[in-house]
Design a protein around this ligand. Structure first.
Ligand SMILES: N[C@@H](CCC(=O)N[C@@H](CS)C(=O)NCC(=O)O)C(=O)O
Length: 212
C-alpha cells in the first residue's frame, strides 16, 4: 500500500494520475497547503522541503518527495510508463524539462497573473512570456507525435503525466490552446483517459477537467 500526501495542484495531480494509471492501491491524505499544513512537523519528516506531494511506500519502506523522483521510482518499480532502450533517456530528458521549466515558470504565472495581478507588471510579463515560449517548445515537440516521448508517434509516459497537469491550468495562464494546436490535441487525448479523470479529483473534487 502507498500513502500519498497531496493537494489539488498540478504537482499533486501528477502522482495521483500516475497511481490511477498504474491501478495500484493507495491512500490519499489531504495536505491543505492554503492552511499551511505542509509545515506540520509530522509532514516534514516525509517531505523535508515542505511541499506536496510525497509518498510512503509501505512495501519497500521508502518515503519520497519531489515528483520527478517519485515518478521515476514508480515507473521502475512497476515497469511501466518509462520507454525502454534508446527511448528511455529522451523520456527522462522531457521529464526534467517539465521539472526545471514548465513547473517553476507556470507556477510563477499562477502567482503573479492569477493571484497577484497588478503587483508587478514586470513579473507578469516575464513569466507569461516564458510560459508561452515553453508552450511553443511543447507544440514543436508534438509535431507528428501523439505523446512527448517514445519511438514513432510516441508512447504515453511519465513525461506526459508530469506535463499535462500544468497545461490543464491553461485558463489561469491566460493561454489559448488554439494557438498551440499540437498541444491542444495532446491535451485532449490525455484528458479523455479515465485514470486522468479520476486522478484529477484527488484528494477531493474541485472542478471538472478543464476543456479548451
Ligand atoms: N519540485 C517539487 C515542487 C512541489 C511544489 O511546489 N508543490 C507545491 C504545490 S504544487 C507546494 O507544496 N506548495 C506549498 C508552498 O509553497 O508552501 C515537486 O515536483 O514535487
Amino acid at each position: 500500500m502507498i500513502d500519498l500526501y497531496t493537494w489539488t495542484t498540478p504537482n499533486g495531480r501528477k502522482v495521483s494520475i500516475m497511481l490511477e494509471e498504474l491501478g495500484v492501491a493507495y491512500n490519499a491524505h489531504p495536505i491543505d497547503i492554503s492552511k499551511g499544513e505542509q509545515f506540520a512537523p509530522e509532514f516534514l519528516k516525509i517531505a523535508p522541503n515542505n511541499r506536496i506531494p510525497a509518498i510512503v511506500d509501505h512495501e519497500t519502506g521508502i518515503s519520497m518527495m519531489e515528483t520527478g523522483a517519485i515518478m521515476l521510482y514508480l515507473a521502475e518499480k512497476y515497469e511501466r510508463f518509462l520507454p525502454e532502450g534508446d527511448e528511455k533517456w529522451p523520456a527522462i530528458e522531457w521529464l526534467m524539462w517539465q521539472m526545471g521549466g514548465v513547473g517553476p515558470m507556470f507556477g510563477q504565472v499562477h502567482h503573479f497573473v492569477k493571484y497577484n495581478r497588478g503587483k508587478s507588471s514586470y513579473a507578469e510579463e516575464r513569466y507569461s512570456t516564458e510560459a508561452k515560449r515553453l508552450y511553443g517548445v511543447l507544440n514543436t515537440r508534438l509535431e507528428g507525435r501523439d505523446f512527448i516521448a517514445g519511438a514513432g508517434r510516441g508512447e504515453y509516459s511519465i513525461a506526459d503525466m508530469a506535463t499535462w497537469p500544468w497545461v490543464s491550468r491553461f485558463e489561469w495562464q491566460e493561454v489559448d490552446l488554439n494557438d498551440y494546436p499540437n498541444v491542444k490535441e495532446w491535451y485532449l487525448r490525455i484528458a479523455g483517459r479515465p485514470a486522468v479523470q479520476r486522478g484529477y479529483q484527488v484528494p477531493k473534487y474541485t472542478t471538472e477537467v478543464p476543456m479548451p
